[in-house]
Design a protein around this ligand. Structure first.
Ligand code: AMP
Length: 115
C-alpha cells in the first residue's frame, strides 16, 4: 500500500506547516485551500497518513470517509448556504497532486453545472 506520510498534508497534520483550522475532530481537520477555485474552497483531510486516496480510504475505513463528509456538510452550512460540491481527485492523471486523501469542499455561487 502507498503511504501518505511524507506529503505536505502530513506536515500540516504534524503541525509543521501552520494552517487556519476551520474544523477539527479527533480524526479530521479542515483548512482553506491555498489556491481557491470557488468562493468557498476548503480541504477536509483525515489526520491519519495511512490513505493516499479515497479508494483506499473507502476500503480501509468507511466510517472515517463518512466523518469527512459530515465535516464537509457542516462547513458548507457555516461558510455557504449548505449546498456543496465534494471532489476527490484520484491519481495523477485525474489531477491529484497530494497523495494524502483529501476532499475538496466547494461552495458559494456554484451556478455552473459542469459535472
Ligand atoms: P489535489 O490536486 O486534488 O491533490 O489537491 C491538492 C490541493 O492542495 C490543491 O488544491 C492545492 O491548492 C492545495 N494545497 C497545496 N498546498 C497547500 C497548503 N499548504 N495549504 C492549503 N492548501 C494547499
Amino acid at each position: 500500500m502507498r503511504m501518505a506520510a511524507d506529503t505536505i498534508f502530513g506536515k500540516i497534520v504534524a503541525g509543521e506547516i501552520p494552517v487556519e483550522k476551520l474544523a477539527e475532530t479527533e480524526r479530521v481537520i479542515a483548512f482553506p485551500d491555498i489556491a481557491p477555485q470557488a468562493p468557498v474552497h476548503i480541504l477536509v483531510i483525515p489526520k491519519t497518513t495511512e490513505y493516499a486516496d479515497v479508494t483506499e480510504l473507502a476500503a480501509g475505513d468507511p466510517g472515517l470517509l463518512a466523518e469527512m463528509v459530515e465535516v464537509a456538510k457542516r462547513l458548507a452550512d457555516e461558510h455557504a448556504d449548505g449546498d456543496y460540491r465534494l471532489i476527490f481527485n484520484n491519481g495523477a492523471n485525474a489531477g491529484q497532486t497530494v497523495f494524502h486523501v483529501h476532499a475538496h469542499v466547494l461552495a458559494g455561487g456554484l451556478t455552473e453545472g459542469s459535472l
